[in-house]
Design a protein around this ligand. Structure first.
Ligand code: BG6
Length: 481
């Protein structure tokens, strides 16, 4: 296709990570444990376990050491700068700042770490894009309060947000209140996103689900997000806030009307509802009917609706890894996914972790969400988890280059369609711990970190072939792929 338009001047090229997946140093300088720190390593076949009592003598918890960004941030940010990053998406580890989550005064040593990270980014002219909540609820809030189900979590979160907004008011412009806020529309979101551990649940992949609690937690997050947006704007009217949706685009497996209808319902509930609340400021009509039909009850306090209406976001962002099919057929072949799997699409290939690869679906998705909200868009995660091999000090990850190249090409076409896409932070800037499996060897980064699933390795940083390739993509503003 002949493109007339391409990546605009000032397009925000970069990369993304999350604190609990890269930092390590889980108990350094006064940091308390987060819920991510209570997750034992697993594999694609072996589900991760959650242990409320952290016992390092019996279990290996990969977030405790991550890929040690905490002690390597200077080297890592220098490498991001070498690639030419304009933006770095990162999260702030909540219990580094409030170790239990309930304190009134922040932990100064924790803040000083982020002072240093931001200073380093500034040195290279890299814009930070900060996620306030990326699975890092203080573990104490889970055990003492039951996580996000408890309304007091909103106040704790706002204290955390306020400290950051005030301290970094001239340093950070772009904020994401919640990573993948729609993860709470599936049972997988209970633990990571909601801090909810229902009785008897230990296995991350098969969590006991209580939809009343799950949607109460989601509602509390919507309110917390709206309040954070309103507070942030008072502190600095220049702040820009974004929703962040785990967008698992769905197609009907067949053109049977039943499949098409089911696909629409899945799309509304999983992909659209949370974005609708955060971008339009109201629960959509179909959400209300869904709650009624499924007898889901949660408290909405007086004033909440008004808050949601006023605290809407400025931009739309989403993660995009795959698309799945939906069908009423019971026996269709299945594929995996991060928050939900689906029926296998016969036209797509999948990764080793059975996540389907669909670059064209990204253009479709960009048009879909731009049409729905009309807001500027950032793709805040996109990438391929793969097993890389280190050969004579090099990693030849041509499969990752191909994955990214094909997705960026579709972004260019979407821009040509007229979509206002302003940034791209692929997952991930560097190797890190996978959420679903706890493996480091499900690698996503441009930078290889010498560490294995059991935690051994020198932690040496090695530029992959994709590092050099992406550097040229950025240098040519996406014209050389
Ligand atoms: C997204 C999360 O859902 O998927 C990331 O926001 C995560 O934190 C990414 O790492 C990839 O998933 P996984 O399970 O391979 O780490």
């Amino acid at each position: 296709e002949q493109c007339r338009k391409s990546f605009p001047e000032g397009f925000l090229w970069g990369g993304a990570t999350a604190a609990n997946q890269v930092e390590g140093a889980w108990d350094a300088d006064g940091k308390g444990p987060s819920l991510a720190d209570a997750m034992v390593a697993g594999t694609h076949q072996l589900p991760r376990r959650i242990t409320l009592e952290i016992d390092e003598s019996r279990n290996y918890y990969p977030s405790h050491s991550g890929t040690d960004f905490y002690h390597h941030y200077k080297e890592d940010i220098a490498l991001f700068a070498e690639m030419g990053f304009k933006v770095y998406r990162m999260s702030i580890n909540w219990p580094r700042i409030f170790p239990k989550g309930t304190e009134t005064e922040p932990n100064e040593a924790g803040l000083q770490f982020y002072d240093k990270v931001f200073a380093e980014l500034k040195k290279y002219g890299i814009e930070p894009l900060v996620t306030l909540y990326h699975n890092e609820m203080p573990l104490n809030m889970v055990t003492a309060m039951g996580g996000w189900v408890d309304r007091r979590s909103i106040d704790c979160y706002l204290r955390f947000a306020e400290v950051l907004f005030r301290r970094y008011k001239d340093v950070v412009k772009y904020w994401i209140p919640f990573n993948e806020i729609n993860d709470l529309t599936t049972a997988v979101g209970n633990w990571n996103h909601g801090g909810i551990l229902n009785h008897g649940t230990e296995d991350f992949s098969h969590q006991v689900d209580d939809p009343d609690k799950r949607y109460a937690a989601l509602h509390n997050q919507f309110v917390a997000s709206a309040k954070a947006v309103l507070l942030g704007r008072q502190i600095n009217p220049e702040f820009r806030f974004g929703t962040m949706i785990c967008h698992i685009t769905v197609y009907p497996l067949t053109c049977r009307p039943e499949d098409v209808l089911l696909t629409q319902q899945e799309d509304q509930l999983r992909n659209c509802m949370s974005g609708d609340v955060q971008c339009k400021g109201v629960y959509p009509y179909y959400a209300k009917r869904y709650f009624e039909r499924n007898h889901i009850h949660f408290d909405v306090e007086p004033g909440d609706e008004e808050l949601l209406r006023r605290g809407t976001v400025d931009f739309y962002s989403f993660s995009y890894y795959m698309t799945n099919c939906v069908t009423a057929q019971k026996d269709a072949a299945q594929v995996s996914g991060n928050i939900m799997g689906g029926a296998k699409n016969p036209y797509l290939k999948a990764t080793e972790w059975n996540w389907q690869i669909d670059p064209v679906g990204l253009r479709y998705t960009l048009n879909h969400v731009y049409d729905r909200y009309g807001l500027p868009i950032m793709i805040t995660e996109n990438g391929m988890g793969a097993r890389d091999t280190l050969q004579d000090g090099r990693v030849h990850d041509d499969y990752r280059i191909q994955y990214l190249r094909e997705h960026i090409e579709q972004m260019r076409l979407a821009i040509d369609d007229g979509v206002e896409l302003i940034g791209y932070t692929p997952w991930s800037a560097m190797d890190l711990v996978s959420v679903s499996t706890g493996e480091v060897e499900k690698r996503y980064g441009f930078i290889y970190v010498d560490k294995d699933n059991a935690g051994s390795g020198t932690l040496e940083r090695i530029r992959k072939d994709s590092f050099y390739w992406y550097k040229n993509v950025i240098a040519t503003n996406g014209s050389e792929l």
